[in-house]
Structures are given as C-alpha cells and as structure tokens.
Write a new protein. Structure first.
Length: 202
C-alpha cells in the first residue's frame, strides 16, 4: 500500500493506457482484500491473526505490482493511478474502522483522509491543465509502509509499538505532503509556462 507523489507520464519505460495488465490486477487485489480485512477487524480480536495475514498479503502486492510492471514493461498510465488509489482505499478505510472500533486517535483519520482528498484534487487540477499522471515514489511507499505498521499495532493491540509508529507516521505524512506540494507547484508553473509559449507561438 502506498501514498501518491508526483511523476510525469514519461518514464524510463514508455507509459501507455492499458488497463488489464498483470501489475494492475495485482494492485486491484489490494482493494479486494480490504473488504475481508475490515470484516475481520469488525469480528473482534479472536480473528486478529487472520486479519494480520490479509494485511501481509496486501503489503506484498504493494511491493510486487511495481516490480512486475518494470519487469514486464507494463508501466501504464492506469497503473500510475491504480497503485496509489488502491493504497488510499486500504489505508483510509482501515484507519476509519480503527478509529471507530479501537483507540486510534481521531486526528489520524482526519489527517490521512484530508491529505488524500487534497492530493486527489491536485491531481485533477494537473490532469485538466496537462496530461500528467501522478504516481507513487519512495516517500509515498515509506509513508504507506509505516502506516501499515501503525494500523497493525492498533488492530492487534500491540501497545509498545503504538506511540513510536504514531510519531513516525505523523512525521512522514507531513513530510511527504510538503514534498508533494512543492512538486505540484513546480508542475503547475511548468504547465503555465508551456501554455504561455504556445500563445506566443501563435
């Protein structure tokens, strides 16, 4: 599972618009596995190890989809959308569930959901200005990995891990959002500069 950051459509491997690729299907599995994970959290602590197993599979798919995309030359525009979107669905829904059922602080859900809403809005603005697709990078992946550990610590009531992971997650959420904001601003400036150049060429 992973958080989004910025990336232009052009990469080392040329992007395309295929949807049904193996790497994209692996990303979609994270969304599918989110449903039974939520059900197991709801069912209570006696199902925590089954829930743990589903989360481990979801983390594995987050690592595997990128590897498969690069290995099979399947880096697509859809993949750059589906990978972070699957992370958002999983992280946000599990966070909300843990706020409702466990002792996870409400501010965590507010920050995580609010941050992702802002990122989605920024992505829509970029898409309307220029054909730019947002994708995950190392900051997003690191944030998602720590968030996964934080969610597991609350879901499995692992008290010694809660505060350290909560502190680290808060830092990474803030740092990755600041990085995203600066890259978004730079891309917007580039887009406006290209529009100005086209007007001057006419």
């Amino acid at each position: 599972m992973g958080q989004p950051s910025t990336s232009v459509v052009t990469d080392d491997v040329k992007a395309d618009d295929r949807f049904w690729t193996l790497s994209n299907e692996i990303s979609l599995l994270r969304v599918v596995f989110t449903v039974p994970t939520l059900g197991l959290i709801w069912a209570g602590p006696e199902h925590k190890w089954q829930m743990f197993g589903f989360v481990m599979v979801m983390i594995a798919t987050d690592i595997l989809d990128g590897y498969v995309a690069r290995k099979r030359h399947e880096i697509t525009d859809w993949g750059k959308i589906l990978d972070p979107l699957a992370d958002k669905v999983a992280i946000n829904s599990i966070t909300i569930m843990l706020v409702l059922l466990k002792d996870m602080p409400l501010w965590v859900a507010v920050v995580v959901v609010g941050r992702d809403v802002l990122i989605i809005l920024a992505s829509l603005v970029l898409a309307s200005k220029q054909r730019i697709v947002m994708s995950s990078n190392i900051w997003g992946k690191l944030t998602t990995l720590v968030m996964s550990g934080l969610l597991l610590s609350y879901a499995m009531d692992t008290e010694p891990l809660k505060f350290p992971l909560l502190s680290l997650a808060a830092f990474l959420l803030f740092a990755s959002f600041v990085r995203y904001w600066f890259q978004f601003r730079n891309l917007m400036r580039d887009s406006e500069g290209q529009e100005t150049s086209r007007l001057l060429d006419k």
